[in-house]
Design a protein around this ligand. Structure first.
Ligand SMILES: [Zn+2]
Length: 158
């Protein structure tokens, strides 16, 4: 590495010197002819590379805290058969169309919370299980203590 001004061999690190709007790598002596530049700043994390820390998951308070078991179609069908009901019978009991019962028992339709509760009551079965989300809801009291004002506002809004 040679000094860009005097051409002397630079021992050690050259000095970044600003002379007439151009940056030159110079020896220590020549650096006094210009303005010494600091080391270029380490590239800051641009807005694109920032992790989505600000976008915390909002509380999904509107989602059901229970979810339908995976095996619901078999549970429904077996329970119905145990009761000695036809699909039509079950449909009448829970005020749903037979086609709904068909779809439920074939696994083509996952009952929503309301429907699942109706089925549970009529068939004396359990179709809903608590989700992790529900457990989180149980702990919400503890979370609230740490929550920021923004979080609280969001919870109230939700
Ligand atoms: Zn020099």
């Amino acid at each position: 590495m040679r000094c860009e001004i005097c051409g002397k061999k630079v021992i050690g690190k050259p000095v970044r010197t600003k002379i007439e709007n151009s940056i030159m790598l110079t020896c220590n002596d020549c650096s006094k002819f210009g303005k010494v530049q600091r080391e270029p700043p380490k590239p800051q994390r641009g807005p694109g590379s920032r992790p989505p820390a600000g976008r915390r998951q909002s509380f999904r308070s509107q989602e059901p805290t229970h979810e339908v078991i995976e095996d619901y179609q078999n549970v429904i069908r077996k329970a119905r058969e145990k009761m000695g009901w036809s699909r039509e019978d079950l449909g009448e009991k829970i005020y749903e169309k037979v086609s709904v019962i068909h779809r439920l028992e074939s696994g083509k339709m996952v009952p929503d919370l309301k429907l699942a509760r109706k089925l549970e009551r009529s068939l004396k079965v359990t179709l809903l299980e608590k989700t992790d989300q529900a457990q989180m809801d149980d702990l919400r009291g503890a979370h609230m203590q740490k929550a920021t004002i923004g979080d609280i506002a969001r919870i109230k809004k939700g």
